[in-house]
Design a protein around this ligand. Structure first.
Ligand code: ADP
Length: 174
């Protein structure tokens, strides 16, 4: 299963995969951060399709086409805003990953790339978030045989090093 997970440092908008995940907001409007970058690269078609979706709740996910992105699909999920761990943010973040993976089989997605959901403007501590991301990917891969690769695209060296350390911690056998 290790070989079906990859951690890279890079820009998610450049990933040639079947689906990229967007760390969206509840209104599904472009905004800043990774969402702004995805909308800028995808073009106005993405914004128009998003507007028709009627928003998205925290922990949920919705799918659109990728337009001018190299990725065929964009899965928009709304991560929790970190409030010190007071309202079960970790459960909502896990739900985000699960709801994204729920599109894999119906949309025949073989490769999927995630940004680090909630760890930018939404303030979720990256170590905790990385544990959730990698654990959820492992859980999904254990029961799915069709998905070839889950790629965690880290924006910057620090995030990359954090994800890599957590990956080793969680996936190295004793
Ligand atoms: P959130 O509101 O869910 O915290 P952000 O977009 O603010 O979402 O940040 C989520 C993560 O995405 C952060 O780690 C940020 O550094 C990262 N990020 C920003 N731009 C990109 C990009 N082009 N590709 C991949 N990750 C990105």
């Amino acid at each position: 299963m290790r070989e079906r997970m990859e951690i890279i440092e890079g820009d998610i908008t450049q990933q040639k995969v079947d689906a990229i995940v967007n760390a969206a907001n509840e209104a599904l409007i472009a905004g800043g951060g990774v969402s702004g970058a995805i909308h800028r690269t995808a073009g106005l078609g993405l914004e128009e399709e998003c507007l028709k979706l009627g928003g998205c709740e925290e922990g949920q996910a919705k799918i659109t086409k990728g337009y001018y992105l190299p990725a065929k699909w964009v899965i928009h999920t709304v991560g929790p805003v970190w409030e010190g761990g007071t309202y079960e943010e970790h459960k909502i973040l896990a739900q985000c990953y699960r709801n994204c993976f729920a599109f894999v089989e119906p949309y025949n997605i073989k490769t999927i790339a995630f940004p680090s959901i909630s760890t930018g403007a939404y303030g979720f501590p990256i170590e905790k978030a990385a544990k959730i991301a990698i654990s959820e990917a492992r859980l999904f891969l254990e029961q799915n045989t069709t998905l070839d690769k889950v790629i965690f695209v880290c924006y910057g060296k620090q995030d990359y090093e954090c994800y890599t350390a957590i990956f080793e911690q969680l996936l190295t056998p004793y």
